[in-house]
Design a protein around this ligand. Sequence first.
Ligand code: 4NP
Length: 156
Amino acid sequence: MHERNSKAILFVCLGNICRSPLAEGVFRAVVEAQGRGGEFLIDSAGTNGYHTGEAPDRRSIAVGRQHGVDISGQRCRQLKADDFTRFDLILGMDRNNVKSIEARRPRNGAAKAMLFCDLALNEPLDIPDPYYGGAEDFEVVYRMIRAASEGLSKAL
Ligand code: 4NP
């Protein structure tokens, strides 16, 4: 469990193979570069469990690597009931993710669920699902996640 004064953040998308693993890795890299890694518990999960146990999508690993962030060791898991008590913030990549997060909230789950860009950038933007796209779509996702991660690190 995280330390008393730490902030526990869970990044969530649909599959936990494209967007949220990048958000986990990039946000961790941003706060570690600021010497603040110890303040945070950082993880990611998917609202579906289709890819449980898998590594991130090779295109997400590639775009991370191009920008100096290694996410290859992360493994996919599904959002679960105790995430709503372990984490302070559960951040969805798009509005559908936020709806699915709320649909899974247990009665005693106190975590705050929000749209990542809304909290981080004060802009209610969806980070688009790049799964059926190409490398350029993953680059767009990376840039949005980088900007939102820097915004979130300032906000917290
Ligand atoms: P993600 O992308 O939600 O960013 O991880 C997707 C990954 C897998 C699928 C959909 C979106 N899928 O349908 O398998």
